[in-house]
Design a protein around this ligand. Structure first.
Ligand code: 4G3
Length: 215
């Protein structure tokens, strides 16, 4: 699976994507993440990427030329959908993330800043919009990282077998978006004991207990 990310702030991605599970997935070539700075495509003498909105009003709008050239450039090597991270898009869910992981090989993720992008870029080049939730952030960078994380968990080999996305406490098997309580060592902490059934080794009873305690 390949992700090309278009952003004005490529450095924001380095800390999150280059640690832990996503770091290992990249090292093992299961996922590939390429960052592109939209500013590098600006033909303006000051490398400008934003301008004031026609019709007036607050804030700035991302100007079309750098976006157009950046997206066209990435589309030469990535044939996947151009997805715009937008507070107006349909919501990313567990189910949608799984569908993306099983149905699509590559993605181009566009991160907006300010008040968003010039509408003509949406018309010409955006295939889909996705929102990670009902709130506005200062940019689409966190949403893009959330998208990559949520989708990557469903790609075989990204998680170890024992913590696979199918087997996890959030999964379908145990009834959809629900979790059972988790415990690890020690068996007693601040006077609170781990339920005895979980240390019994009786897998049938453990399964029953977990089903009963789904929240
Ligand atoms: C306003 C996505 C802000 C308009 C992006 C883009 C939240 C989400 C932005 C626009 C974002 C989200 C950038 N904030 N809920 N900020 O997924 O087109």
């Amino acid at each position: 699976m390949k992700f090309d990310i278009l952003t004005l702030f490529p450095e924001m991605f380095n800390s999150y994507l280059n640690e832990s599970i996503l770091k290992r997935a990249q090292k093992n070539k299961i996922i590939k993440i390429k960052l592109h700075n939209i500013r590098d495509f600006s033909k303006d003498k000051h490398k400008k990427t934003d301008d004031t909105p026609y019709g007036g009003g607050a804030g700035m709008v991302m100007t079309p030329q750098p976006l157009y050239d950046a997206i066209k450039y990435v589309k030469r090597t990535n044939k996947g959908p151009v997805i715009y991270m937008s507070p107006k898009g349909p919501k990313l869910t567990h189910t949608r993330a799984k569908r993306y992981a099983t149905g699509t090989k590559s993605f181009i993720l566009l991160c907006g800043r300010y008040e968003g992008i010039d509408e003509r870029i949406r018309e010409l080049l955006i295939d889909e919009e996705i929102s990670i939730g009902d709130y506005v952030l200062t940019g689409g960078e966190l949403p893009a990282m959330v998208f990559i994380d949520a989708v990557s968990r469903f790609i075989p080999g990204v998680l170890h077998d024992k913590d696979s996305a199918e087997e996890d406490s959030f999964s379908r098997k145990l009834g959809g978006k629900k979790e059972y309580p988790h415990y690890t060592k020690p068996a007693e902490f601040k006077g609170l004991k781990v339920p005895a059934v979980l240390t019994s080794g009786n897998h049938k009873e453990i399964e029953k207990w977990r089903k009963k305690h789904l929240k």
